[in-house]
Write a protein that binds this ligand. Sequence first.
Ligand code: AMP
Length: 189
Amino acid sequence: MRLIMMGPPGAGKGTQADIVCASMSIPHISTGDIFRANVTQGTALGVEAKRYMDAGEYVPDGVTNAMVRDRLDEADCAAGFLLDGYPRTIEQVGVLDAMLSAQGVGIDVVVELTVDIDVVVKRLVKRAHDQGRADDTEEVIRRRLEVFAEQTAPLTSLYASRGLLAQVSGMGEIPAVTARIEAAISASA
Ligand code: AMP
């Protein structure tokens, strides 16, 4: 299975992706996590990415696409994967399409977690306290939501037009959301 998990910042993508990947035994590829690991390790990629992340902006497509290409070339992705937080722009969709079609494969389903925006802001503020993320100050949160609405929300209609979109409510307790996601994945299989 090749899955994409979409939804605004704070929708619970990372938490749900971890659970789904563990039960399906596929790698969880979070571009945000890869960027954060690079920031922590102080790599050149991390230094570049941090400037954008701290401002709530997207890391440039060229940088992000090259990183995903390297990750998808690793052996553990051959049988499937879940992309969390990628693609986020129309250009990234085109690059991902080309990467997959070169391998003769494609995305099976795009799960979009839909949430109430007030809930998202509360979750992000709480996470800022818990994890000390520099991109979770209130001003940056607002910018991240704006960038999502401008650049990433349009991707859902694109995937819907391909018949790949499964919209799932991300509201409620974690296990209830997981059950909805698993039902949506089974229905699309
Ligand atoms: P996330 O943890 O997925 O919310 O990602 C945290 C930050 O990493 C984002 O606000 C962006 O600055 C950057 N980032 C993650 N994924 C992407 C992507 N696909 N394209 C551009 N920037 C990204």
